[in-house]
Design a protein around this ligand. Structure first.
Ligand code: SME
Length: 161
């Protein structure tokens, strides 16, 4: 396993994803533990892009419970349909929020968060098993490119569910 990520400066967002994807793939290759793989994946994304917070919440019974993350401390439990993450779980769809202040019922875990993307991950029964939550301290930081590549990246852990 490589000890350090290769992160080139001045790449476009898409080039950065293309540089990171094979490295994240290699990081979790051969590791069948879900928590270990998610932990390294969250670190690679956080340090690759410099976002404020990158992490997952697991669906456990009737709520989301905090899983591996990188960034400031966060809310540990979120109810179905609450906040961006609970809404993504409820609607079973990715949500991009350009300005969290304009999202009704946004849950403030950290006041520095300005925009976010939340992507649900499905198990073999097509139920949401976890959600990926990425927060930025910049407004309007996420778009369809992030949706495309972050979905591909988080999908890598589906065989471990
Ligand atoms: N802002 C999220 C809560 C989770 S954190 O940002 C880590 C939400 O509204 O669901």
């Amino acid at each position: 396993m490589a000890e350090e990520l290769i992160i080139t400066n001045n790449l476009s967002k898409e080039e950065k994803y293309q540089e990171l994807y094979p490295q994240i793939f290699a990081l979790i290759q051969g590791e069948d533990d879900l928590i270990a793989s998610l932990s390294n994946m969250m670190s690679a994304l956080k340090y690759g892009f410099g976002w404020l917070w990158v992490g997952v919440y697991f669906v456990k019974n009737s709520e989301l419970v905090l899983g591996p993350f990188q960034g400031p401390i966060a809310c540990t439990r979120i109810q179905l349909g609450r906040g961006v993450s609970g809404t993504s779980w409820h609607k079973k769809e990715t949500i991009i929020v350009p300005n969290v202040d304009e999202f009704p019922d946004h849950i403030i875990c950290n006041a520095a968060s300005k925009s976010e993307i939340v992507i649900p991950v499905f198990n073999k029964n097509n139920e949401v098993a976890l959600i990926l939550d990425v927060d930025s301290n910049q407004l309007n930081d996420f778009d369809e490119i992030d949706k495309k590549y972050l979905t591909q990246i988080i999908q890598l852990i589906v065989p471990l569910l």
